[in-house]
Design a binder for this molecule. Sequence first.
Ligand code: GUN
Length: 282
Amino acid sequence: MAVIIDGKAVSKKLLEHIKSETEKLEKKPCLAVIIVGNDSASKIYVNNKKKTALSLGFESIVIELPENVSESKLIEEIEKLNNANNVNAILVQLPLPEHIDASKIIETIKPEKDVDCFHPSNVGKIAVNGNGFVYPCTPRGIFSLLDEYGISVRGKNVVVVGRSNIVGRPVAMMLLNKDATVTVCHSKTANLSEFTKRADVIVSAVGNPKFIKKEMVKTGAVVIDVGITRDRDGTLSGDVDFENVKEVASFITPVPGGVGPMTICSLMQNTLALFKIQNNLL
Ligand code: GUN
């Protein structure tokens, strides 16, 4: 039976640490979030970011723009935040409406304030194992969980399932930087289970409920489930067939309560790191 990794508890502990660090600061870190349109899930996420930032003693700015806002107006808003001395961290909530080029928007954010670590120059730093202080939030959260549970990836065979810019690609580079032997699988991979069965660690980020079955997992493997899908009846499912896979894994993250709570925690760690860099405190 696997150890169930408790993301809620780890997140709570790390957030308390950020709060106590923030209390000692003369000025407060400021996180600005831009949300475009009325997507209900995005609204909930943005509201949680605001509530968490305020609970830590951060300043929070939320800019709400209508669904039909022009790309140039959105760029104008980002540039104002780029130039605002009181703003340390900028996040544009994704997804954006179809008429807006998300890559162009991400590249408009000043790399020094790019709290998501999505700007190509920040992604590039990870790719060359540069000395970054900010990492994409979900991958950073995964590493916080592994650290907290004393799990090292050094020399391990790690299989990442999914190649998105938000999770799969950056987590693969970060694992490589930590001396793992990394294989990235995706929707076109032939014979996926041949790869997963050899893995010491599986990171799955595909968004396909119960896709990783017990037969695909080696006994004693560490299983990190990044997927989160809402079923028709409202229940949340991960990529992993949790009830069966937990019988063979050594460690496993549940959904909800595993990787999910870590993302917001990483966002706050990144905000604090950007604040410190900008104030010569790091
Ligand atoms: N939408 C879903 N996840 C994310 C994230 O990590 N950052 C941003 N900006 N938008 C998201």
